[in-house]
Structures are given as structure tokens and as C-alpha cells.
Design a protein around this ligand. Structure first.
Ligand SMILES: [Zn+2]
Length: 409
């Protein structure tokens, strides 16, 4: 009998997670055009092909160019209808490629204006998720328990940096706190966002499961947001931090120390001793080894976004140079994510296809890799429910592998 192969079809059918996906980076291009027309937002092109050519490219010069597209996507996400639609479509697109669990992240404070606050934004997002969950989960195989249901949660992003132009909420805050050092205002803004996240979960029953910190790392340390993360920790929200993306291992250390991060967004430069800038760290090699050991031992999960990293980090011009191979070798808890389905022009299945090919991942390691996302998710339910759900995912995963001629159980 011919040896079975890991095909795109198998990868699509396998149950997957996407724990790191930005709502405002993952619109359907057709929806962006439709919303822009209705809301009189001017785009650089009004056709999908034009948008792909001018804004959402295959490759970018650097991170600033990558981020340009967000100016257009956030400009259309300013009302409940648009936000609900985009959140609903994101879930439907993920479902169509076998994603069973997703955590949608974004900064709701960027969508607010007079009479439309953070809680309104989160309500609209949750409505989109709920509608997509209901539609998908009425499949007979899910109702009979043969397949795991689709579930999704919201991760609210605080920002390392912002200006008046980011949103009216931020403009008001900067005006009111003009006497304080900027850094302190960033910290206060994060506390406000975390309070809203807690309120959304506890008073409105919305599926807000965690918080994140986004924005440039260099010059904007995670330590500024320590108090905000303490609030989240005290409320038992999940904690993730974008770190080690365009800055070195110390940034990851800060995220897990000052912010007690359960997961790290990217963590690309975890092993890169040469990127350490803190002069008090004398033995860089052993610092990095100990840090990696700590991250591995505590099962702090790295949310790895391969395509996005290749697009924003010019030094990674080839996938084989990405430290993902070392992350696997060192037995770290890692999960593949899209970051931005539109801006990075990718899907979870495509991320797996690339990883399997570039890093020669066999069926056994692939089976393990698929599970980390489910196990380390901020699942919105009790621990017993989460365990039962993960069990169901494992059984379904093995059944899909078996259907394709593999035995991984
Ligand atoms: Zn991200």
C-alpha cells in the first residue's frame, strides 16, 4: 500500500485553532469595499485585485508598510452593523477551513466615538460570533457529538503606544491627562480597557476571555502596563502579550514577569542572544537558554505566525530560517496562527501547509502541534467543559487522520 501523505485536504479537515487573529486585519476584501462604499471611506482601490496590488501585498518592505492597511480596515469598523458582520464572516471563513476554536483579538477602543463605547463594540463582536456559532453547530455530526463544535472568544488588546489620531477615546484621554508623562497615560489607558473587558464578561456575559498588548515593543516596555495586567490577573482573565516580534529576549522576559503572560504573541527572537540590549545581562547565551527553559517548563505558549513574520521581519527572507524548527526541537508549547487573514493573505490551513513542508513535520509531531492551541486556549467555560471539549477534539483528530490512512493514536 502506498505511504499516506500529508495533503492540503487532510490539513483542512483536521481540527485547528487560531489563537492569534486580529479582527481588523482579517476582513474579507469584498466586505471592506462594500463597507467603505456605504460609509464613504476612500480606499486606494475599489476592486479586490486593486487592493491586493496596492495595499494587502504578498510581501512588504517592513512592519510600517505592513501596518498601513489597518488605516483602511479600522476606518470602516466604527458601527455595530459593520463590526458584527466582520466578526461573523471571520468565524464563517475559519469554520470553512476546519478551525474549531478561535480567539479574535482587537482594540475595541479604536472603534469608539460619541455614543458608541467599548462595551457596544464588544457586544457587536459577540453577536457576530454567536450567530456564526449557531449556524455551524447545528450540523448533525456536531449535534450527535461525533465532531467538536465551533467555539470562539474575544481577546481585548491594550496598546503600547497611541496618539490623538488613533481614536476619539484616546484623544480625550490624552487631553484630560496632558500633565502626566505619556508613558503613564499609556498605562492608565490599558487599565481602562481591562476594566471594560472585565465588565463585558461579568456584567454582560460576553465571551471576553483574555487581554493582549499590541503595538511597537522598542521604547514602549510591557512594564508600563503592569497594573493593567494585575487587574486582568485578579479577574482571572487570560493574558497574552505581543513580544519578541521586533525586539529581543528581554521583551519576552518582561511579558512573563511584569505582565505574567500565559502566552506570547510571536516570541520570534526567544533564542536570539545577539538581540539582547540590556547591558546588565553579561552571559547572553545562558540567559537565553534559561529563558527558553523557563518558557518551556511553564508551558507558556508561543503564538507563531509564520507568514506574518516573513512579511514584517526582512531578515527572515526564507521560512527555513525561522526559529520555529528550534521551538519544536526544544519541545516548546507552540501554536500556529494567522495574525491577519487579509493583511497576510493567509489561512490557518496555509500556515500548516507551509510549516509541514519547510520543517518536514511528520504526522506524529503534527498531531501534537494541533493540540497545543486547544489545550492552552482561554476557553470560555469551566475546566471540566474544556477537558471534555479537548477530548472530543483528540478523538475527532484521530478519526480524520485514520480516514487519510494514518494511525497517530
Ligand atoms: Zn498580532
Amino acid at each position: 500500500m502506498a505511504k499516506p501523505k500529508i495533503t492540503a485536504e487532510l490539513l483542512r479537515e483536521l481540527p485547528k485553532t487560531d489563537l492569534h487573529v486580529h479582527l481588523d486585519g482579517s476582513l474579507r476584501p469584498s466586505t471592506l469595499i462594500e463597507l467603505a462604499c456605504e460609509r464613504k471611506v476612500k480606499l486606494p482601490a475599489m476592486s479586490e485585485a486593486g487592493l491586493y496590488k496596492k495595499v494587502f501585498k504578498e510581501s512588504y518592505r517592513d512592519l510600517p508598510e505592513y501596518l498601513q492597511g489597518f488605516a483602511y480596515t479600522t476606518a470602516v469598523l466604527r458601527d455595530a452593523e459593520a463590526i458584527e458582520q466582520v466578526s461573523y464572516e471571520l468565524c464563517r471563513d475559519a469554520q470553512a477551513e476546519g478551525v474549531r476554536y478561535m480567539e479574535i483579538r482587537f482594540a475595541p477602543q479604536l472603534c469608539t466615538h460619541d455614543g458608541f463605547d467599548v462595551l457596544d463594540v464588544l457586544k457587536a463582536t459577540a453577536r457576530g460570533i454567536e450567530r456564526a456559532e449557531k449556524e455551524y453547530n447545528r450540523k448533525p455530526a456536531i449535534r450527535s457529538g461525533a465532531e467538536p463544535a465551533f467555539r470562539a472568544g474575544i481577546v481585548v488588546c491594550a496598546m503600547r503606544f497611541f496618539t490623538e489620531g488613533f481614536s476619539p477615546t484616546y484623544a480625550e484621554m490624552l487631553a484630560a491627562l496632558a500633565d502626566l508623562p505619556r508613558e503613564q497615560v499609556y498605562g492608565i489607558a490599558s487599565e481602562a480597557v481591562v476594566r471594560s473587558a472585565i465588565k463585558a464578561r461579568d456584567e454582560l456575559g460576553l465571551p471576553v476571555v483574555g487581554i493582549d498588548l499590541a503595538g511597537p515593543e522598542r521604547g514602549y516596555p510591557a512594564a508600563t502596563h503592569k497594573r493593567a495586567y494585575e487587574l486582568a490577573h485578579a479577574a482571572f482573565l487570560g493574558k497574552t502579550v505581543h513580544a519578541g516580534e521586533d525586539y529581543g529576549p528581554e521583551s519576552i522576559f518582561q511579558a512573563i514577569t511584569d505582565c505574567r503572560a500565559d502566552r506570547i504573541g510571536h516570541g520570534t527572537w526567544l533564542f536570539q542572544a545577539s538581540r539582547i540590549e540590556d547591558r546588565s545581562i553579561r552571559d547572553r547565551r545562558s540567559y537565553v537558554e534559561r529563558l527558553a527553559r523557563f518558557v518551556a517548563d511553564r508551558r507558556i505558549t508561543l503564538e507563531v505566525c509564520l507568514t506574518s513574520n516573513l512579511q514584517t521581519l526582512p531578515v527572515l527572507n526564507e521560512l527555513r530560517k525561522h526559529p520555529f524548527r528550534k521551538m519544536l526541537q526544544e519541545r516548546l508549547s507552540v501554536t500556529l496562527c494567522t495574525d491577519n487573514r487579509l493583511v497576510s493573505r493567509t489561512t490557518v490551513t496555509a500556515e500548516y501547509e507551509k510549516a509541514v513542508e519547510a520543517f518536514k513535520i511528520g504526522p506524529g509531531p503534527l498531531a501534537h502541534l494541533l493540540v497545543y492551541g486547544f489545550k492552552r486556549s482561554f476557553f470560555p467555560g469551566s475546566y471540566r467543559e474544556k477537558r471534555a471539549y479537548v477530548r472530543q477534539v483528540l478523538d475527532f483528530r484521530d478519526a480524520v487522520f485514520a480516514r487519510h490512512g494514518f494511525s497517530v493514536a
